[in-house]
Ligand binder design. Structure first.
Ligand code: C2E
Ligand code: CA
Ligand code: CA
Ligand code: CA
Length: 282
């Protein structure tokens, strides 16, 4: 009552700095000890025949020294600020190839035109000069075709280094990789940039999808993003499809794929089984 507390920006900066330094040390140790876990969430086709197999998005978790599992929101922002994400992204790609090379090669012989895993790339990886040659070397070493992978980049990250992002997309797409523009509609929502980025898939941000059934504005947003994606020749993916009613609305709107807890939760990539693997006839 009789006191005045003064908080300056400097204080919050300092607090964040201390928190960051601890996290940075934890991330660095996780990198050297290989304490990241990969999980994969299905992305289901909504249109066409029921025999189309799903794709999977790879999501990362970090295990700290006490065995606690940290979600990306709790370590990726600091990893971005301290330019550790290029190392994390490289680790993830290496780990995915190391554990899934055989599945990826098998998949490619069955479905040469479809990717199996979608992998998120951080904006700092797009800016990392050695990243492209790292990718080429890894895919070559594991004899895995780029066509089995879709790289997800966010609009914000891509636009902050538009020329470099464009160049990376063009070069990797030439080798067969697909690209998806993630979280579309959440940040800049600039349809202009969409024309500048030669991606193959548009992921409609989950915040529009979640309340699709009850919110007419969100429904109109999903509808228009989906239509514009199609006019531009892209396939559309709606994220955060949390229940069956949402999945059915997405199907009725003509959205190509759905991902979310209503379709399937992420499961560990270790022990991953190819879909339809029991069906040896196709
Ligand atoms: P994102 O790429 O948009 O990934 C989708 C996020 O939505 C995931 O959170 C996923 O678990 C969550 N999600 C899936 N279905 C639903 C649903 O039905 N409802 C709701 N409310 N959420 C759902 P997660 O795994 O915590 O990842 C958060 C973000 O962290 C990702 O957003 C992505 O930007 C980043 N991230 C995750 N894994 C990686 C990675 O391996 N590399 C990079 N660079 N970033 C990653
Ligand atoms: Ca993503
Ligand atoms: Ca997303
Ligand atoms: Ca997101």
């Amino acid at each position: 009552r009789d006191r005045v507390h003064v908080y300056s920006d400097g204080d919050t900066e300092l607090i964040r700095h201390h928190g960051d330094m601890h996290l940075v040390a934890t991330i660095n140790r996780a990198l050297s000890d290989g304490r990241f876990r990969l999980i994969a969430q299905p992305i289901e086709p909504l249109q066409g025949s029921a025999q189309q197999p799903p794709h999977y998005e790879v999501l990362v978790r970090m295990v700290d020294e006490t065995g606690q599992i940290l979600i990306p929101d709790h370590f990726i922002p600091a990893a971005e600020r301290y330019i550790l994400m290029p190392s994390v992204d490289r680790w993830i790609i290496r780990q995915l190839l190391e554990t899934q090379a055989e599945n990826l090669r098998t998949w490619h012989t069955r479905y040469p035109d479809r990717f199996l895993f979608a992998v998120n790339l951080s904006g700092t990886s797009l800016d990392d000069e050695g990243f492209l040659s790292y990718l080429k070397r890894q895919f070559n070493d594991w004899a895995v075709p780029f066509a089995t992978i879709c790289f997800e980049i966010t609009e914000t990250a891509a636009v902050s280094s538009l020329e470099r992002a464009r160049a990376l997309i063009v070069e990797l797409a030439d080798l067969g990789a697909r690209f998806a523009l993630d979280d579309f509609g959440a940040g800049l929502s600039s349809y202009g940039y969409l024309r500048d980025l030669p991606v193959h898939f548009l992921k409609i941000d989950g915040n529009f999808v979640r309340n699709l059934v009850t919110d007419p504005v969100n429904r109109a947003m999903v509808d228009s993003i989906n239509q514009i994606g199609h006019i531009l020749g892209l396939q559309t993916i709606a994220e955060w499809a949390e229940d069956e009613a949402t999945v059915e609305s997405l199907r009725a709107l003509g959205v190509d794929y759905a991902q979310g807890f209503g379709v399937g939760s992420p499961l560990p990539v270790d022990g991953f089984q190819l879909p339809f693997s029991s069906d040896k006839s196709d």
